[in-house]
Write a protein that binds this ligand. Structure first.
Ligand code: TYD
Length: 335
């Protein structure tokens, strides 16, 4: 049975805000409380269309703040926990916020969920917890070998969610999703960052040889998978979420340039990311056994996403302006 009253953490971020819109569209008889700290990566603008919906309430606050969490948890049937620091490059420059939000914040939510006996708790983890996979596809039973502070923090939260199931019976379900694309992603990530650079005719900095491989999942498919898991996922289980769209970074850059009608002379090979994972790849047969299949057509949707960022230049510029110092530091010797 689907929950009626959801608490969505990180609901003003990328996947969270898309999920809130998706849920309101799919489920007439529902209510959602969004808890979001509004860090540099979140914005109420991302909730466009949902922010005025009477079924949706927004609270600015931190998942580490037990009082705020408790007040919202008391009203919720189930939790979808997106709130996290998510950018690998930032975690390499400064890991503290990642450990605080992704590990401690998850712990605070789990403690509160335990006390309030919620019916469901989806913890949104990531394929990056497996570390790089040079060949084959990781099943949910594969060892966790995170190689950067972001993925290590996510692995901590992921296993804490499982520990709360095993120890206290909190009905946690863990998703490990692939690289997700779609509208409203903070433009530090590959797709929106390269689009914002290309529209200004600025070079696209490919780390290393640009031949690292990621699997690309449309945000609507990511949301659909979480819906299936809220309905019929098994507590205590982990589910990989991907759509078999493996692409090298350089291929992604070429699609972006092609869609925007820009020259490949904008491609630049720059100093690599330390500990850069070569490839991620997921075996999703477990989720398929619940009847979930991705619906988005990669070639059409990646191009629609590129056009969305090109059309929303003001949104991108406004988002980028919140992080001037980061971009200067990260790309100073990669220009
Ligand atoms: P990113 O969007 O940061 O996601 P993740 O590291 O979580 O997979 O990066 C996707 C890939 O693109 C990754 O292999 C790193 C690479 N990349 C670049 O080559 N240049 C860039 O400026 C960025 C942001 C990413």
């Amino acid at each position: 049975m689907l929950p009626k009253k959801l608490l969505v953490t990180g609901g003003a971020g990328f996947i969270g805000s898309n999920f809130v819109r998706f849920w309101l569209e799919q489920h007439e008889d529902c209510s959602i409380a969004v808890l979001d700290k509004l860090t540099y990566a979140g914005s109420v603008e991302n909730l466009e269309g949902a922010e005025k919906d009477p079924r949706c309430t927004f609270v600015q606050g931190d998942v580490c703040d037990r009082d705020v969490v408790d007040a919202l948890m008391a009203e919720a049937d189930a939790v979808v926990h997106f709130a996290a620091e998510t950018h690998v490059d930032r975690s390499i420059l400064a890991a503290g916020d990642f450990i605080q939000t992704d590990v401690f914040g998850t712990f605070v939510l789990l403690e509160s969920a335990r006390e309030h006996r919620v019916d469901g708790f989806v913890h949104v983890s990531t394929d990056e917890v497996y570390g790089e996979l040079l060949e084959g596809w990781a099943k949910e039973t594969a060892p966790l070998m995170p190689r950067n502070p972001y993925s290590a923090s996510k692995a901590g939260g992921d296993r804490m969610a499982y520990a709360f199931f095993a120890t206290y019976g909190v009905p946690t379900i863990i998703t490990r999703g692939a690289n997700t694309y779609g509208p409203y992603q903070y433009p530090e990530k590959l797709v929106p960052f390269f689009v914002t650079r290309a529209v200004r005719d600025e070079p696209l900095p490919l780390y290393g040889d640009g031949r690292q491989v990621r699997e690309w999942l449309h945000v609507s498919d990511h949301c659909g998978a979480i819906e299936v898991l809220l309905e019929r996922g098994e507590p205590g289980q982990v589910y990989n979420v991907a759509a078999s769209n493996e692409r090298r970074n350089i291929e992604m850059a070429r699609i972006i340039l092609d869609e925007l009608g820009k020259s490949e002379s904008l491609l630049r090979f720059v100093k690599d990311r330390p500990g850069h994972d070569r490839r991620y790849a997921l075996d999703c047969s477990k989720l398929h056994s619940l009847g979930w299949r991705p619906k988005a057509d990669f070639d059409a949707e990646i191009r629609a996403t590129i056009r969305w960022y090109a059309k929303h230049r003001d949104w991108c510029e406004c988002a980028l302006a919140r992080s001037k110092a980061y971009f200067e530091e990260q790309y100073a010797d990669r220009a």
